[in-house]
Design a protein around this ligand. Sequence first.
Ligand code: SAM
Length: 288
Amino acid sequence: MTTDAWVNETLYPQWGQRFAIKRELARVQSDFQDIMIFESFTHGRVMLLDGVVQITERDEFVYQEMLTHVPLLAHGACRRVLIIGAGDGGVLRRVLQHRTIERAVMVEIDGEVIRLAKEFLPGIAGDAWSDPRADVIVGDGIDYVRRAEPASFDAIIVDSTDPIGVGEVLFTDEFYENAARILSEGGLIVNQCGVPFMQADELRETSERRARHFPHVGAYVAAVTPYVGGFMTLGFAAKQADLHAVPAATIAARAQEAGIAGLTEYWTPDIHVAAFHLPPYIARHLPR
Ligand code: SAM
């Protein structure tokens, strides 16, 4: 259905972005959220949840590569990864690009997001859904971490909606406490912490909470066009020191060994290292 309609994002009441709709593809009110997928003129297909842009086909590589390759290569010996949210499957695909990964468990609360992503955004996950190392579960991330065994994962990647509605539980002390419990000795967790120019509270509050459960807390940045307002921050919390400061040469060697060298459009070893060098307007929201 070709329209001359526009979508106005509703994340910020006094400011925002809008997309001209070439074709509306799906509109579903699920048990958890309002899901909309449409063809745009500028970003390929776009998915919104509750009026907020989650992903576009044209630039999803930026966020997905930085949310996945940075923690896995900073750690350097990940074998078991837990993914929470990420219903579009893009993080799952990037995790499974690492031939060193033995198991990837993905826990997404809304089965409708997965179903619609498979139907209308198939290129984002590709064939990751059928990879024998993948275990895709429809469920609430907080329930999964409450029940998971101690030290059963090396890394946790939280690609959730913002800390409102169903996503809120993923930013709580209880979530981080369990995350620390189910991570192995040198384990780490990354999660989206919003765009500090507009969402500084989100970064500050989650960092203070993460610091109560992890000795090493920080963040890194990426330029994600549909997350308007400048740098997007990705929270980084680790059980061992200096994972944020691994030299580019070591990161490059690990990328070679993992088999992802040359497969990326945004992430490089230098971009990886540079992403942890934060401008003061962002760094001030992190625990000293
Ligand atoms: N990259 C996007 C962002 O930064 O805004 C997020 C994309 S991804 C589609 C977000 C996913 O988190 C959604 O599919 C949503 O259903 C899922 N989600 C939200 N709360 C959740 C929870 N408590 N447990 C598991 N998945 C959850």
